[in-house]
Design a binder for this molecule. Structure first.
Ligand code: GTP
Length: 332
C-alpha cells in the first residue's frame, strides 16, 4: 500500500499539534524529557530543569543528558528504550517493576546523584515509546518523580522495625532474616557458621534487688559489649528476648566461636556491675552456649537448638561459663 502525501492543511495542523504538545509539556509540573528516534533530547521541560539544575539549552539536540542524573556515564531509562536495550533495564536500577512493564512503558526506581543540582534523590522513573501509524519509533517520553522523602521514611521504618528498642541491637526478626541469609552464603562458600546464645545470670534477682529501670540499664550495658565484640563483617548480635541474647558468626568454626564467647564473658564481668544477690560473683555475669556447623549438613533451627542446649548446660554447670554444643556430644 502506498502512503498518501499529506495535504498542506494537514501539515499545518500536525505542526500546530506538535507545538501545542511541546507547550503543554513545558507547563507540566512533572519533570519530563523526550528523546527523538535518534536518542537526542527534543523536549526538556521546566520542571526537569528545576529537578536537575540543568537548563534545556544545554541538552536540547544532544545525547548528553545522563550527566544531569549521574556522575558516571550510563544510559537513562529512555536511552535504553530508544536503543532497543530493554532487556538490560533491570541491571541498571535499584528497583524494576517487571509487572508494570508493558507495551506502554517501563517503571524503575533509583538513587540519583544529580551532580549539577548537588542533591541525592530517589527517583521513580516512567518511560515509554511513542510510535507513528506505521509502527516506527518517533520518540521516548520519560517522566520523573522525586520519592526521596517517602524512600527515606521507608528506610527509617525498616530500621526501626528491625531494632530492639531497649538495647538498639537487632531484634529477633532481623536476626532470623540475617541467619537465613548468612546460612545460604556459608552453604554456597562451604564455610562453617557459629551461633552463641547468652543469658544474664540470676537476672530475676537483679531486677528484684535493683528495680526494673536499673535492670534495663544493665541489659543496655551488656548489649553494648555484645555489639562491640561481634563486630566483624557478617557478625550480628541480637536480643533474642528478655535477658537472652544471640550472636551469629558466619565463617567461624567451633574454636573461633569459643574464643568470641569467652571474650564476651570476660568483657561483661569486667563491667563490674554490682549484683549482691548473685550466687556466682559479686557482679553481673553471663552464661553462654556455642554451636557450630557446616550449613550444608544441618538445618539452621537445629544449630539454634544446639546452642540453646549448650547454654542450658552452662547454667546447670554453675553459670558464668561457656559451653559448646560439641561438649554435649562428646560428653566433655
Ligand atoms: N529489667 C528488665 N528485665 C527483664 C526484661 N526482660 C526480661 N526481664 C527479666 O529477666 C528475668 C529472667 O529471669 P529468669 O528467666 O528466671 O532467669 P534468671 O533469674 O536470670 O536465672 P538464670 O537464667 O537461671 O540465671 C525475669 O525476671 C524477667 O522479668 C527487660 O527488658 N528488662
Amino acid at each position: 500500500m502506498t502512503q498518501r502525501t499529506p495535504r498542506p492543511g494537514e501539515v499545518d495542523a500536525a505542526v500546530a499539534d506538535q507545538s501545542f504538545a511541546i507547550a503543554l509539556m513545558q507547563h507540566l509540573v512533572v519533570p519530563t524529557f523526550v528523546l527523538d528516534a535518534d536518542g537526542k533530547v527534543s523536549i526538556w521541560n521546566r520542571a526537569c530543569e528545576r529537578l536537575t539544575g540543568v537548563p534545556a539549552s544545554e541538552v536540547l539536540g544532544t545525547h548528553d543528558h545522563g550527566f544531569a542524573f549521574y556522575d558516571d556515564p550510563r544510559p537513562c531509562l529512555a536511552d535504553l528504550i530508544a536503543q532497543g536495550r530493554t532487556a538490560e533495564i533491570e541491571g541498571f536500577y535499584a528497583a524494576y517493576d517487571i509487572d508494570s512493564s508493558s507495551q506502554l512503558g517501563f517503571h524503575v526506581e533509583n538513587w540519583c546523584r544529580m551532580p549539577r543540582a548537588g542533591t541525592r534523590l530517589y527517583l521513580a522513573v516512567d518511560a515509554g515509546p511513542i510510535y507513528d501509524e506505521a509502527g516506527h519509533l518517533v520518540a521516548v517520553v520519560e517522566t520523573l518523580r522525586d520519592m526521596t522523602v517517602q524512600k527515606e521514611a521507608q528506610i527509617q521504618l525498616e530500621q526501626l522495625a528491625s531494632k530492639d528498642s531497649l538495647t538498639g541491637l537487632a531484634n529477633r526478626r532481623a536476626f532470623d532474616e540475617r541467619l537465613a541469609a548468612e546460612w545460604r552464603r556459608c552453604q554456597r562458600g562451604g564455610q562453617m557458621l557459629s551461633i552463641i546464645m547468652m543469658d544474664v545470670d540470676h537476672f530475676k534477682a537483679y531486677n528484684d534487688t535493683y528495680g526494673h529501670p536499673q535492670g534495663d540499664a544493665c541489659l543496655r550495658s551488656v548489649a553494648s559489649v555484645l555489639a562491640g565484640v561481634a563486630a566483624r563483617t557478617g557478625d550480628l548480635a541480637a536480643r533474642y528476648g528478655g535477658e537472652e541474647f544471640v550472636v551469629v558468626l558466619p565463617g567461624t568454626n567451633a574454636a573461633g566461636a569459643r574464643v568470641v564467647a569467652e571474650r564476651i564473658r570476660t568483657a561483661i564481668s569486667a563491667l563490674n556491675i554490682p549484683h549482691v544477690r548473685s550466687s556466682v560473683a559479686e557482679h553481673v555475669t553471663v552464661s553462654l552456649g556455642t554451636a557450630s556447623a557446616d550449613p550444608s549438613k544441618l538445618a539452621a533451627n537445629a544449630l539454634l537448638m544446639a546452642a540453646d542446649q549448650a547454654l542450658y548446660s552452662a547454667k546447670s554447670a554453675g553459670r558464668n561459663r561457656v559451653k559448646t554444643a560439641s561438649d554435649l556430644v562428646s560428653g566433655a
